[in-house]
Design a protein around this ligand. Structure first.
Ligand SMILES: [Zn+2]
Ligand SMILES: [Zn+2]
Length: 278
């Protein structure tokens, strides 16, 4: 059987207030397939929720950090410690934005030099660059955000096409070309419709990208407080009605099976929340 990809939303919150209140978890996304065990944007809670969802962080072989904001990087060092068996073995891949690895005018490096030298491979992720990890071809996409070095990622599977993650970005002319031919598009939608905020996307921006790229399936995640209070599921419904593309709002613990078909399962703890939406 051809191995499928499992995508686990360990957290679906984003931004300062969702983080400090933990109205939604901020643990990032785990992507697991044969040959790949990747943690994408390990914000606060990534280590704890990995373990509580039964995903051994010592099995990681890749950690990606899209930019230098705490809701994306705080647990990167402890996950590197897990990936490298307590810093005893050079293992795995760390791919991260330039600001995360080297700092910038706005931030110090988000991961210490000590931790950066332990993965077997360190990749400075810049837009349009391509590299391979765990049998996947990864392309780095452009994100325009308050950290100018921010990036998103596109994952090409051998047998099932492409899935992608925008990370925090605002909508810009040409963003759609980075997500052409994507079957599953995961979008960081911090704000609901009508509440724009520079450097971030709202439901209206999601509609524009989804209309431009026409994925088979769209998933909204990384919700800020205003989005959480508005109700991400009802915003997803608006997008689905406008675009005709199946769109759901992720909930904490939700799992997606990405193979010939794309199917969604609520995680154990998320089941109750999802029942309200379907
Ligand atoms: Zn964020
Ligand atoms: Zn950010």
């Amino acid at each position: 059987m051809i191995p499928r990809v499992e995508i686990i939303f360990l957290g679906t919150g984003g931004g300062r207030f969702a983080t400090i209140t933990q109205k939604r978890r901020t643990a990032g996304i785990r992507i697991i397939s044969e040959g790949l065990n990747l943690h994408l944007d390990p914000g606060p809670g990534a280590l704890v929720y990995s373990i509580s969802e039964g995903l051994d962080p010592q099995k990681l072989n890749a950690i990606f950090v899209s930019h230098c904001h705490p809701d994306h990087y705080t647990d990167a060092e402890v996950l590197i410690e897990a990936m490298t068996r307590g810093i005893t073995k050079k293992r795995g891949v760390l791919a991260a934005a330039k600001s995360v690895l080297s700092g910038s005018d706005l931030c110090e490096p988000s991961i210490s030099k000590y931790h950066q030298q332990m993965p077997q491979q360190k990749i400075e992720a810049m837009p349009n660059m391509k590299f391979q990890v765990g049998g996947f071809n990864v392309s780095v996409t452009e994100a325009r955000h308050t950290d100018p070095d921010s990036v998103g990622f596109r994952f090409e599977t051998r047998d099932f096409g492409v899935f992608a993650y925008t990370s925090d970005t605002e909508y810009f002319e040409g963003i759609g070309k980075y997500y052409e031919d994507v079957r599953l598009l995961m979008l960081c939608i911090m704000r609901p419709a009508g509440k724009p905020w520079k450097g971030h996307m709202t439901t209206n921006d999601a509609i524009k990208i989804i209309e431009e790229t026409r994925p088979e399936y769209a998933v909204l995640t990384h919700f800020g407080m205003q989005m959480i209070f508005k109700g991400p599921a009802s915003e997803a419904k608006i997008i689905k009605e406008k675009t005709g593309i199946p769109t759901i709002a992720a909930v904490d613990g939700m799992r997606i099976n990405f193979g010939e078909t794309i199917s969604v399962q609520a995680g154990r703890k998320a089941q109750e929340g999802l029942n309200k939406f379907f």
